[in-house]
Design a protein. Structure first.
Length: 759
């Protein structure tokens, strides 16, 4: 949806103005002095923002199509304004490139790492508030075109599909849609205000909108809106504003349900599945683009289905339409010619016709009740000579329609394929134990189900415990969710143990894995990132007798990595491949430890000289490895510990490659709790839990303001005879919100760190 820029000058105060489209009626109002004056409809071509090239030899230089310069947007209430023109100024020095055959949009900032392009995009987005050219500023004005004196020409008009025969909606459908569609006004917890759209759903009488309209797209967010108001019959003499109550939020589907105290005698819309839609079929986008700033009355835009996106299970998870959505349409209904809701508007790419709706199937799943999460205590509980494993499931069940939750479980090899979701009990294939089923105790009010799985013995190292949740909801159908494999640890005995660092001269093998899973949201359409690092190292320890500490050097023996975006592998560059396959063998981590086991210094060095291009990749990689070692390095009190005793130490929060160029080093206060002893590879080891709570306001790199919240949890196993950490795992679960002067990016996800020392 490209636009032209109209440059004007106020005849009274000489203020320079830039408008994206000609004003309606051929008249314009000066924002400075308030003078209204006439203008013609002539427009100058829009200038493309200048892009300067950054030194980025590692990124493949692929010609960028025009579509790659567009910026996806989401939500909700952009202001319509006339912007004073400014002289053109320098850009931010970023090179936008396409990697992986044009499927991944990245901004090349520096030749530092494989994810440098993706990070560059985030930093470019957050720093684009630096002075723009006047044309760039004018492009921020709303995309909704003003009425044109000349009707647009369409060489291939869509056939009329509306009931009246002219492509319009029948009078009864139009009236029902107008009455059922709502303007939603939200005051967030921080005082900011926004708006979106919604509609009354027929079967429940509840109001359907987006999770991001009410500011709760992030599943970790606990800051509910201060106030939600819905406006019925907006823009008409019968307009009524009612306070609404938030009933449930489904952040996975970006849906929310609201309720008004006294349900009015208002028309309601029926939600139908999107699976039967046909590509090119006429549908209608209903809502309030730009909130009340453009038009208080409901806007209905005809459009066409351009694609149906399906998941691996074949179920429609996104309806793509050919335009018709703007900021403020979020949460509004997308209806067919009969007035049935086939989707809920939620996102799109700005300046393109690529717009998306949540399918009716997702609305039905939420209304009928669904499982939202499963939590398994990986440590077995010993009781009356048997082993038990507690399992908890949370649900989204706003109407209390779920009638049964159970768990199928069995022991099988860890490398077997996971059973997919199914409406029939799946065939498990090769197992080492028969399938068992245990019924859960479900509390529909708390929306929590709990059960204990009974185990005859623990799975050995080649096997895992597989669990598949079974649920029956308001549809009356039973569904089996995807199977998940779990490691199960032996129970812990509450016995004392001595925790004292006792370094031993020599060399031991170390295996370290890190798995980062993140979801990135902002004005752009959300996307997910997955990064795996799998590293084998040799750790050589040298004693420091005077201080009681030690020096350790870790050299890489074997390394593997994988990075994907939206479950699609990201294409790598030859420079990255050379660095991580050939030159990484020269990477070394030098650690200085004190007599307690703390890593006082951590350095990235090289055994032999490597090319500069490889160093640019390997140094941040070594930094993440160092931080991973630091987070699981146990400070040992040096005496006999009783179960339940606690202590504290400073640690450095691990920064995945994704965040390395955004986030500075973050010190955290780690809390340690000694729990007792258990068996590990035939030996008795001490068990220490670690935990940290994160709530930091940070001045990040590139001048960004960062809010970091979340927690770190984990467990460390220590050999009491040597003081060596033989096994450790730590999980950082964080939400990072990075802000520039005009934009915000939110990165939510986990970093899972696993360490194994010795054979």
């Amino acid at each position: 949806m490209s636009a032209n820029i109209l440059r004007l000058t106020c005849p009274k105060c000489d203020t320079a103005l830039s408008l994206k489209t000609a004003p309606a009626g051929g008249r314009c109002k000066c924002p400075k002095c308030g003078t209204t004056f006439a203008t013609d409809a002539a427009a100058l071509p829009e200038a493309k923002p200048a892009l300067t090239k950054a030194a980025s030899p590692a990124l493949q230089k692929t010609p960028m199509p025009k579509a790659a310069l567009t910026r996806p947007v989401k939500d909700d209430s952009d202001a319509v304004s006339v912007l004073p023109a400014e002289p053109a100024k320098k850009g931010n020095g970023l090179l936008l490139l396409l990697l992986g055959g044009g499927s991944v949009l990245v901004a090349g900032f520096f030749a530092l790492m494989l994810l440098g392009g993706i990070i560059g995009l985030l930093v470019w987005k957050l720093n684009k508030s630096s002075p723009d050219t006047s044309d760039q500023q004018a492009a921020k004005v709303a995309d909704s075109p003003a009425p044109s004196k000349e009707a647009p020409k369409d060489p291939q008009p869509n056939p009329p599909l509306g009931n009246p025969g002219d492509g319009s909606l029948a009078a009864d459908v139009l009236q029902r849609t107008q009455q059922a569609t709502l303007l939603i006004k939200v005051q967030m917890d921080n005082g900011q205000e926004g708006s979106g759209s919604g509609f009354f759903e027929e079967s429940s009488g509840l109001i359907v909108t987006n999770a991001h309209v009410v500011g709760l797209l992030d599943p970790a967010s606990k800051a509910k809106p201060r106030r939600i108001d819905v406006v019925l019959n907006s823009g008409t003499p019968n307009a009524t504003t009612l306070p609404a109550k938030l009933i449930v939020v489904d952040s996975t589907s970006d849906l929310a349900l609201l309720e008004v105290p006294t349900a009015p005698a208002q028309a309601k819309l029926k939600v139908t599945p999107a699976k039967d839609l046909k590509v090119t079929q006429r549908v209608y986008v209903c809502g309030f683009p730009l909130g009340e700033q453009a038009n208080k009355n409901l806007t209905i835009n005809p459009t066409n289905v351009s694609s149906l996106h399906r998941g691996n299970d074949g179920i429609v998870n996104k309806v793509q339409v050919n335009g018709g959505m703007d900021h403020g349409n979020s949460g509004g209904p997308v209806i067919d010619p009969q007035g049935n809701v086939v989707g809920v508007s939620f996102s799109g790419f700005e300046n393109t016709s690529l717009k998306f709706a949540i399918p009716g199937e997702s609305v039905h799943a939420l209304l009928q009740g669904r499982v939202s999460g499963i939590s398994v205590n990986n440590e077995a509980v010993s009781r009356t000579g048997r082993l038990y494993l507690p399992v908890t499931v949370t649900t989204l069940d706003p109407r209390q329609r779920i009638t049964r939750i159970a768990f199928d479980y069995w022991v099988a090899p860890s490398n077997q394929p996971a059973p997919p979701p199914s409406d029939q009990q799946p065939n498990l294939g090769n197992t080492t134990s028969p399938r068992r089923t245990v019924e859960a105790d479900y509390d529909p009010v708390q929306q929590v189900a709990r059960a204990e799985l009974v185990l005859d013995m623990l799975p050995d190292s080649n096997n895992r415990l597989w669990i598949q949740t079974v649920a029956t909801n308001g549809s009356g159908k039973t569904a089996w969710l995807s199977g998940i494999a779990y490691e199960v640890d032996p129970p812990v005995d509450a016995k004392p143990a001595t925790l004292k660092a006792q370094f031993r001269q020599g060399t031991v093998p170390v295996h370290l894995t890190t798995t980062a899973r993140f979801k990135v949201t902002g004005d752009d359409e959300p996307f997910s990132l997955l990064q795996n690092l799998d590293t084998d190292l040799n750790e050589q320890t040298k004693m420091l007798p005077p201080t009681g500490g030690a020096q350790m050097q870790l050299t890489v023996r074997k390394f593997a990595t994988g990075i994907s975006k939206n479950n699609q592998q990201v294409a790598t560059t030859p420079e990255w491949q050379k660095a991580t396959s050939q030159d990484i063998g020269q990477l070394a981590l030098d650690h200085d430890a004190d007599d307690k086991g703390n890593l006082k210094t951590k350095r990235v060095t090289f055994v032999k000289q490597v090319p500069v291009e490889s160093r640019l990749y390997l140094e941040p990689l070594g930094k993440q490895l160092n931080q991973s070692f630091d987070i699981v390095a146990l400070p040992q009190p040096g005496n006999l510990m009783q179960p339940g005793q606690t202590w504290q130490a400073k640690r450095e929060l691990p920064t995945p490659l994704l965040l390395d160029d955004i986030l500075n080093s973050v010190p955290i206060d780690m809390n340690y709790t000694f729990r007792g002893v258990r068996q590990h590879k035939g030996r008795s080891v001490a068990v220490v839990d670690l935990r940290a709570t994160l709530k930091e306001n940070i001045r990040g790199r590139r001048g960004l303001t960062i809010t970091l919240t979340g927690q770190v949890t984990g467990t460390v196993l220590v050999d009491p005879d040597t003081g060596v950490v033989v096994q450790a795992k730590a999980l950082t679960d964080t939400t990072l919100v990075a802000r520039s002067r005009s934009d915000t990016v939110q990165i939510t996800g986990t970093l899972d760190i696993r360490l194994q020392r010795g054979n």
